[in-house]
Design a binder for this molecule. Structure first.
Ligand code: ZN
Ligand code: ZN
Length: 614
């Protein structure tokens, strides 16, 4: 937000307040006054209004104002650019006061430090921001979503490269078998061409590369070693799961902005968002029969200081469903009006409805304390502690200013309510209310179904072809052979020629021997060169080609994960907030460094390998 826009907002807010000077001020009015005063240079008034806002927040059960904090942080950066140092300093300090735990404020301050060239501070603020990302539900969830998407990409690429490695290891043998199979029906040169074409069958059917990978998993399954077979099955399952994981990630990223989920998180974190009340009222107009919506609306009205309106919503919630939460919050209304007897009645009803709700017992104990029933107070407090030790002990150490605790529905309840509303499609006109996750729907995509079919085919094809045996390639010269062209009694790893030269060492003519040695040398050199080429661009793939499968696959996953994060960071869900360019840069550099280290460890040893001709 620019300074000018802040100014306009502030003036509009100020005019509104003059018009209704007698009514109690809501947080949005006070922030308008504070920003207005600061922009006009009256810092005493700005500080006073900010303190009023923070004190009012405390009384209303609000501990942070993330929206105002972000706009103050933006104001600090803008003022820096305009050379207004006093305003910038005030805005930066105020941003920290308005939301002491905001990742966005820390990242914004980091950008500001970068503009001033203070790099140690840039680094320190980025780390602070990162720690805050993990403490804040929304940013933590979005961070997990981003990581899930990067992991999905890394696994998809690893599966593809693994399939390519299998192709290089077993395509010659498979080609040999295709030729033998086709040879019974066709004659002449067409057999070789057809056999080669069969290795790329999905491409001739105009299918995308993912199908080629799955096809290779199927046809090479029989040739693969035991470890490779396990990995083929694993990667087929992973490919099947990838679209579902992406769908799940997308639903989380979109669903966290659902009014029910967003307000529930804000209510639990006691943070104030000026847009929330309007969004929730719009939702309640479309969905009047949801008690969760009514309870959350009540909590939002409490933040605005409209206690009577809050009570109306709580009563409505209780009429829709006589829930423990509604009773706790109705009890709280009576408690704050000084009617402790009525409050205790509501709390006791809540305890009956949900004997596991710790805050019902806690609030009950507070109310009993007010009426001097200290034995009941102690009893209820013990009960509350037994149900939720950590939370209640924290409450007894630092009791809330209003003494009693407001009920906020558990976040999983909010997700469930948001999901069911999205599935019914009743509030489609509102922002953030469409996304829901349904496993069965999500699994009905061609890639998942295709991968599951491929899994079945891997086993079936392997089982059926097992009897006729698989062709093999000579580990010395690379020539392929099968049961039909070589005696089964001979070594299974060498071709007939190599058996005579290397194992039996019997009467082979010198010319034949020399020609063979050259063939072996060419083959081995070509293999080493190929492995080095693969190692250069795709660390880990050379290890898979050499048969050191597990090390290779783990290396590939790590390298590709680092690379995916480096490429995708800052481009997915805004987990780090809107302005975090420097932090994105740090993440990118760290990931590139880790990818380089992985490359070093995996690819350098491959470079050092010598051609061995024994
Ligand atoms: Zn050989
Ligand atoms: Zn053969």
């Amino acid at each position: 937000m620019t300074v000018r826009r802040i100014l306009v907002v502030a003036i509009v807010a100020a005019v509104a307040i003059v018009a209704s000077a007698e009514e109690p001020k809501s947080p949005r009015d006070m922030w308008g006054l504070a920003a207005n005063a600061a922009v006009t240079g009256d810092y005493d008034a700005a500080i006073k209004n900010t303190n009023d806002l923070l004190n009012a927040g405390k009384a209303l059960g609000i501990s942070s104002f993330p929206t105002y904090a972000s706009s103050a942080a933006a104001m600090a950066r803008e003022s820096d650019k305009l050379g207004k140092k006093d305003l910038a300093d005030w805005a930066a300090k105020t941003a920290d006061q308005l939301d002491p735990h905001s990742p966005a404020v820390a990242f914004s301050a980091s950008e500001r430090a970068r503009a001033l060239g203070n790099w140690p501070k840039v680094f320190q603020l980025s780390i602070t921001g990162f720690i805050r990302v993990f403490r804040n539900y929304r940013t933590r969830l979005l961070g997990q979503v981003d990581l899930l998407i990067a992991t999905t990409l890394a696994f998809a690429l690893t599966a593809a490269i693994f399939a390519i490695a299998l192709f290089f290891r077993y395509a010659r043998s498979m080609g040999h078998d295709f030729r033998e199979i086709l040879g019974t029906r066709f004659h002449g040169g067409s057999v070789s061409v057809l056999a080669f074409a069969l290795l790329f069958l999905p491409l001739f059917l105009w299918l995308s590369p993912i199908w080629l990978a799955l096809y290779w998993f199927i046809i090479f399954f029989g040739y693969a070693s035991k470890i490779e077979r396990v990995l083929i099955i694993l990667f087929t399952l992973i490919v099947a799961a990838l679209p579902i994981a992406l769908d799940r990630a997308a639903t989380w990223a979109a669903g966290v902005d659902n009014p029910i989920v967003a307000v529930d998180i804000d209510s639990a974190e006691a943070s104030y968002h000026p847009e929330s009340l309007r969004r929730m009222q719009e939702l309640a107009a479309l969905v009047p029969d949801n008690d969760l919506v009514q309870i959350l609306l009540g909590n939002l009205e409490l933040q605005e200081g409209n206690d009577q309106q809050a009570e109306v919503y709580y009563r409505h919630a209780q009429q829709i469903r006589d829930s423990a939460g509604a009773n706790v919050n109705l009890g709280n209304r009576n408690f704050l009006n000084g009617d402790f007897g009525a409050a205790i009645t509501f709390y006791e009803r809540a305890e009956q409805l949900d004997p596991k709700l710790a805050i019902a017992f806690y609030d009950d104990s507070v109310a009993n304390g007010e009426t001097y029933k200290f034995d009941v107070q102690g009893q209820k407090l013990e009960q509350a502690k037994r149900l939720d030790t950590r939370h209640i002990e924290r409450l007894t150490q630092t009791p809330p200013p209003q003494k009693i605790v407001v009920y906020t529905p558990p976040v999983q309840d909010a997700w469930a309510a948001a999901d069911s509303l999205a599935q019914k499609g009743v509030a489609k006109t509102l922002f953030g209310t469409y996304a829901y996750f349904d496993l069965r729907n999500s699994a009905m995509n061609p890639i998942t179904l295709g991968a599951l079919a491929a899994l079945l085919l891997e086993i079936i094809v392997w089982w059926r072809r097992r009897r006729s045996g698989y062709a093999n390639a000579c580990i010395k010269c690379g020539r392929t052979f099968c049961r039909l062209c070589k005696s089964a009694r001979e070594s299974a790893t060498y071709c007939t020629q190599c058996i005579h030269i290397y194992l039996k060492r019997d009467g082979v003519s010198l010319d034949t021997k020399r020609a063979k040695l050259e063939e072996v040398s060419d083959h081995q050199t070509a293999m080493t060169r190929r492995n080095k080429l693969f190692a250069t661009f795709l660390p880990g793939s050379a290890q898979v080609l050499e048969g050191r499968t597990i090390a290779g696959v783990i290396g590939m996953i790590l390298f590709l994960l680092f690379l995916s994060v480096a490429v995708l960071t800052g481009r997915l869900a805004p987990a780090l907030g809107p302005v975090a360019d420097t932090t994105h840069l740090f993440v990118r550099l760290l990931m590139i460094l880790l990818a380089a280290v992985t490359w070093f460890f995996l690819s350098l040893p491959v470079y050092r390998r010598r051609v061995t001709i024994g």
